[in-house]
Design a protein around this ligand. Structure first.
Ligand code: ADP
Ligand code: MG
Length: 209
């Protein structure tokens, strides 16, 4: 078998740590027709060059992780360095850096990644220290480098996640100042054609994914 050298884009995609390779091309727009145009223009990668953010909101199974990954893969294809992790994983990384006394250096290092994806904001509430570290990540990237955040909670529910309305408000303010906010709708794609229309308690904090 001929082994081709990996392209820069392939190396960046591999290094990004996506949970699965899901592309924009694989997305079924019939399930989310309202966001098609916006995703198509974001897929050109211009938002990373402009250090703008993307927020994907919606109930479980509506394609938030898929679209965040697809936009990440597209950005990697346009030459941007990308890192993907869940909110909980980001907090663990930042906590480790903080304990080692190298949080400032870590934040500077992360700014070399044009795009950081934070999946599943709101699945688990943060301790106060964790919320403060997360706030520092958002502040350090503000107007310098892009974030994609996904959440099953509307912004009004983020105060509960960050344990503090003031921290949540200051964070949302920075994230949304230069951002596209896309709200996905409808039933879970995972449960389609199974005769199950709704999941229990998706209006409040949901734990299952
Ligand atoms: P969420 O992150 O919103 O909970 P995911 O993005 O993980 O949802 O989607 C759940 C599963 O359904 C994944 O396997 C994803 O690829 C698939 N999926 C969701 N929406 C679509 C869609 N519109 N077209 C194709 N696959 C989809
Ligand atoms: Mg998800």
């Amino acid at each position: 078998m001929l082994v081709m050298p990996a392209s820069g884009a392939q190396l960046r995609i591999r290094a990004a740590g996506f949970p699965a390779r899901k592309t924009i091309e694989e997305f079924d727009w019939d399930a989310q027709p309202a966001v098609r145009q916006q995703i198509a223009s974001l897929a050109s990668g211009g938002f990373v060059t402009e250090a703008r953010n993307v927020v994907l909101l919606g109930p479980p199974g509506t394609g938030k992780t898929h679209l965040a990954t697809g936009l990440g893969i597209a950005a990697a294809g346009h030459g941007h360095r990308v890192l993907f992790a869940t909110a909980t994983e980001w907090v663990t990384r930042l906590t480790d850096a903080h304990r080692a006394g190298r949080l400032p250096q870590e934040l500077v290092r992360l700014r070399r990644y044009g795009l950081i994806i934070v999946d599943e904001v709101g699945y688990l509430p943060f301790e106060q220290d964790a919320a403060n570290l997360f706030f520092q990540l958002v502040s350090s990237r503000y107007e310098h480098a892009s974030l994609i955040l996904t959440s099953n909670l509307p912004f009004s529910g983020w105060g509960g996640v960050f344990g503090d309305q003031a921290v949540a408000a200051a964070m949302i303010d920075r994230v949304v100042h230069h951002a596209d906010v896309l709200t996905l709708k409808g039933a879970s794609y995972r449960l389609r054609n199974r005769g199950i229309d709704t999941l229990p308690s998706i209006k409040t904090q949901d734990t299952a994914d």
